[in-house]
Each structure stands twice: as structure tokens, then as C-alpha cells.
Design a protein around this ligand. Structure first.
Ligand code: SAM
Ligand code: SF4
Length: 484
């Protein structure tokens, strides 16, 4: 087939679908990977440039193991250079699992009669948030099924309740949401409640496969309405948006290029690309029986993460507890910048889990998939995850400074403002870690943490080091929520 990208490319306009399968397959079928091209492209990314669809396709089509290693090495280098060594931590909090949709991969699908349906009452929500604060969490993502029960007003209400819940020295400073797509008015309502990121996954960008997994007579069956959700969120003023696709539904090469296309669309229409990109991979769920033809193995998944790191160097990259500890440890080396910790998907269970922990300090029981969306691979506590991150010279961070100071949307900032990481991100990671060490850490973790902080003073802009040290002292004296 002759390659005519100019012919099949759909012009970018807000609220208009922008995926052309023909264009994407043209890139996959007609782009060749050579060592010279791969080297050039890695260098372009190391020079802090976004990659085009064609350049991303070269990386996607690279199969020579030596070159794939070079792609991973490039991603590792870029991550170290641009992002430093901080890893942002958060926890998911499922608010309700009623769902009108019937996505065949999901434990919450409406046809799954084994799923026990529930929505947190305000009191339960408060107790769960308190339990999360008691663990040291500062950033949450609230997750909802799709149901008339979860109107924009209800979602906004739960966000406000979460922010208002404060226990001891604890507080939640950033509430992100993962909820079904809304109209512009609905997005305005949740924006007014003060949400951080609005996250939604397209699941698959292939319209035909999308229709197979999301029956056309369900709300989620409208591919275009979901595809244009971020446009409406932007129009409502939500400029931190999180993209993702569910790896395993369709050919990963197509999905990677389509998500780059989505990124291009957002940049073209709103001058703001995705704040984050998530990498969910299908996991077992209650009564799950789906075709494994497109499942992605670990090696390929690593390559996908590395390609995204290089292709969209400014975006935050999230890998959740769906994946096991070993895989997550590898992925944070060459791409992932945010992970969840202390994750418990059972609705309302943070409270019970936490109370039981106090009684007998046992680990979380086995998951009950009839009460949860899917199986997780990493059930370590937040403390255990922080301990491991410190062992590997990462700074665990709960930073929420940019969003609170209005530094949103233009996330090219971290990337393009010289010294941004040294001036803001590293000091803020250190300040939030200091709070954690004083308020929640075991003596062993605290000792490692203070050592990590000492070691990282060299990574802070010397002009701000004295001020940073003085703020750490103020935290030790009891002040909280200090940031640059
Ligand atoms: N109900 C809303 C929706 O579908 O947009 C909110 C999101 S849903 C609660 C969160 C995400 O979990 C989905 O977008 C999907 O990608 C992912 N998910 C569903 N089933 C999964 C499974 N079996 N394994 C891994 N991730 C899954
Ligand atoms: Fe419902 Fe979301 Fe699960 Fe689909 S993925 S069944 S919409 S909760």
C-alpha cells in the first residue's frame, strides 16, 4: 500500500473523532526500523523532543533484541535526566461498583451477578479516607462504576468529603478521579469540587474491537463519546487529564500509535497533552473469560513503557498494583514515575483492613474477586513500598505543589523550564518524605529515609538548599504542608 499520511489524517478539531485506523496501520506496515533511525530517534527524545507518529512507529517495529535494549536504555537515561529519582505515590479508593455497562473484561460488568454491589456511605467514605491518611497517603484517585447513582453532583460531593476529612496530621491534598465520561456541564461540576486529574481509559482505540467488548446498547458502547471525553474535560477547564488503554484487548502496536495520535490531538486542540498516561494490563476478574489472543507478555510490556517514555517525554507515567512488585521495580527504572501503594480494591475495606492490622498486624487477606474489580499483583503496604524505593535510591514523593499553586496544564513546564526539577520537584519530594518519616514511618524506614534525604541534597539547586533545610526543621517541629 502507498503511504499517504496526508490523505488519511483527520484534521484536529475539538469534539471530532480523530482516529483513522487506515492511518495507523499505514504507519505500522510501512515504517522500517534500522539501527541508524533508532539511534537518531532516541537522541531526538534525549534532546527533549516529542516523537512523531512515524518515529514512534520505527520504535514499535524494532524487534532486534540489541536495539530494543538500546530503546530501554534510552528511556532509562531520559527518565534519570529529566525526572530525577523521585517516584510519586498515591492510592485508589473505589467509591461504588454499581455499573450499567457490560464490559466483558471487568468484574463490575452488569451481567456479573456474583459481584456484590455497594456504594460507600458518607460515613464509610470518611472512615476509609481516615484509614488512608493514617497510612500516610496524601494523593488519592477515587474510582466509580458507571451508574445514575454516580452523577457529577454525587462525584463532586465525594471529592469534597474526601478533601474535608482530616485525621491527626493527615490530609488528602490531591483527589483525582477515574469515572465515566461526562458532558461539559458535568465536567464543570467536578472541576468546581477541586479535582486534580480526570483520568479515563479508552480501553481500545480500535472501533470494531471496542464494539466487541462494549455492547452497543450500553452507555459505554458509544466509542466516539468516550474518545472525545478529554476534549469536553478541557472545555470545562480540567487541564490535567490522564489517558490509558487496557493492554490485552487488541494489537499493542496499534494501541501505542493511537494513543500517540490522541496526544497529538490534545496538543493540537488545547496546547496541552496528557498529564499522565496509565498502563493497565488485563488481570483476572470475577468470572472472567476473554480471548487471550492479544495479551501482552512482560518483555513486550517493558518495551511499550520504554517507547512511551521516549515518545512523550513530558508526561507522567503510571503503573498500578495490577502488576507485581518485581515488574514494577523494573518499570520504574525506565519510565514509570507514579505508582500506587497499600492498594486495596475491596470497596470500603481500607477501614476494616486497617483496623485488623492494628489488632494482629497481619497482611491483607486474599482478594475476594466478587467484591473487587480485578486481581492485583502487588499487595504490599505503603510502608513496605517506601522501604523498597529507598533501598533502590528513589525518593518517595507525595508532592501536590504544582496543582495547588496553579501550575497545571502546562506540564511541558517540568520539562522545559530549566532547573524545574532541582528547584521544585526534588525539594518538594524531600519535604513530603520528611513529613512521612516524622508522622508514619517505622524507625528503620525513618533511618533510611533521612539518609536518602541527606544523599539527595546534592540534587537540589544550591540557591534553595538552606531554605529547604530550614523547612525540614520546621516539619520536625510540627509544621505541615510546606512546599515550593
Ligand atoms: N467505570 C469507569 C469506566 O469504565 O470508565 C471507571 C473506570 S473502571 C472502574 C477503571 C478501569 O479499570 C477501566 O477503565 C479498565 O481499563 C480497567 N479494568 C477493568 N477491568 C480490568 C481487568 N480485568 N484488569 C485490569 N484492568 C481492568
Ligand atoms: Fe463498568 Fe467501568 Fe467496569 Fe466497564 S470498566 S463494567 S464501565 S466499571
Amino acid at each position: 500500500m502507498q503511504f499517504h499520511p496526508e490523505k488519511c489524517r483527520i484534521p484536529d478539531e475539538p469534539n471530532k473523532p480523530f482516529i483513522s485506523s487506515e492511518e495507523i496501520w499505514d504507519y505500522i506496515n510501512n515504517t522500517k526500523s534500522t539501527p541508524e533511525r533508532v539511534h537518531e530517534i532516541i537522541q531526538k527524545s534525549l534532546d527533549k523532543n516529542r516523537l512523531t507518529m512515524e518515529e514512534t512507529a520505527v520504535l514499535v517495529n524494532t524487534t532486534d533484541p540489541k536495539l530494543v535494549e538500546e530503546i530501554k536504555e534510552g528511556a532509562r537515561e531520559l527518565k534519570r535526566r529529566i525526572y530525577g529519582n523521585r517516584i510519586v505515590l498515591f492510592a485508589p479508593l473505589y467509591v461504588g461498583n454499581y455499573c450499567v455497562n457490560n464490559c466483558s473484561y471487568c468484574g463490575f460488568r452488569s451481567s456479573n451477578k456474583e459481584q456484590v454491589r455497594t456504594t460507600l456511605t458518607d460515613e464509610e467514605l470518611v472512615r476509609n479516607v481516615e484509614a488512608l491518611e493514617d497510612d500516610g497517603q496524601k494523593r488519592l484517585i477515587l474510582v466509580y462504576g458507571e451508574s445514575p447513582k454516580y452523577s457529577p453532583e454525587y462525584i463532586a460531593h465525594t471529592v469534597k468529603v474526601t478533601y474535608a476529612t482530616k485525621k491527626g496530621k493527615g490530609s488528602i491534598r490531591r483527589v483525582n478521579i477515574n469515572a465515566a465520561p461526562l458532558d461539559v456541564e458535568g465536567f464543570r461540576t467536578v472541576k468546581e469540587a477541586g479535582i486534580g486529574t480526570y483520568q479515563i481509559f479508552q480501553e481500545t482505540y480500535c472501533p470494531e474491537i471496542y464494539n466487541e467488548y462494549h455492547p452497543i446498547n450500553t452507555k459505554k458502547g458509544d466509542y466516539n463519546y468516550r474518545l472525545t471525553a478529554m476534549d469536553r474535560a478541557q472545555q470545562a477547564g480540567i487541564d490535567d487529564n490522564g489517558l490509558g488503554i487496557l493492554f490485552g484487548l487488541y494489537d499493542w502496536r496499534y494501541e501505542v500509535l493511537a494513543m500517540i495520535r490522541h496526544t497529538n490531538h490534545l496538543e493540537a486542540c488545547f496546547n496541552v497533552g496528557p498529564h499522565t498516561i496509565s498502563f493497565p494490563r488485563i488481570k483476572d476478574a470475577s468470572g472472567l473469560s476473554i480471548d487471550k489472543k492479544y495479551f501482552v507478555d512482560d518483555d513486550t510490556f517493558e518495551k511499550i513503557i520504554a517507547i512511551f517514555r521516549l515518545a512523550v517525554p513530558y508526561t507522567g507515567m503510571i503503573l498500578t498494583a495490577r502488576e507485581d512488585a518485581e515488574f514494577r521495580a523494573k518499570a520504574i527504572e525506565y519510565g514509570i514515575s507514579q505508582i500506587d501503594g497499600g492498594t486495596n480494591l475491596q470497596i470500603g475495606d481500607y477501614k476494616y483492613h486497617h483496623e485488623e492490622e492494628e489488632k494482629n498486624s497481619d497482611k491483607q487477606e486474599d482478594q475476594n474477586l466478587h467484591r473487587e474489580q480485578f486481581k492485583i499483583g502487588d499487595d504490599r503496604t505503603l510502608g513496605e513500598i517506601i522501604d523498597k524505593l529507598l533501598d533502590h535510591d528513589f525518593i518517595p514523593s507525595f508532592c501536590t505543589a504544582c496543582y495547588r499553586l496553579g501550575r497545571t496544564g502546562e506540564h511541558f513546564m517540568e520539562f522545559s523550564v530549566p532547573g524545574f526539577i532541582k528547584r521544585y520537584c526534588t525539594p518538594n519530594a524531600i519535604l513530603t518524605l520528611s513529613e512521612y518519616l516524622v508522622d508514619y514511618a517505622t524507625p528503620e524506614v525513618a533511618a533510611k529515609g533521612w539518609k536518602c534525604i541527606e544523599n539527595n541534597f546534592k540534587n537540589v539547586d544550591p540557591k534553595f538548599l538552606d531554605e529547604l533545610k530550614s523547612r525540614i526543621e520546621r516539619i520536625k517541629q510540627g509544621e505541615r504542608d510546606l512546599y515550593f
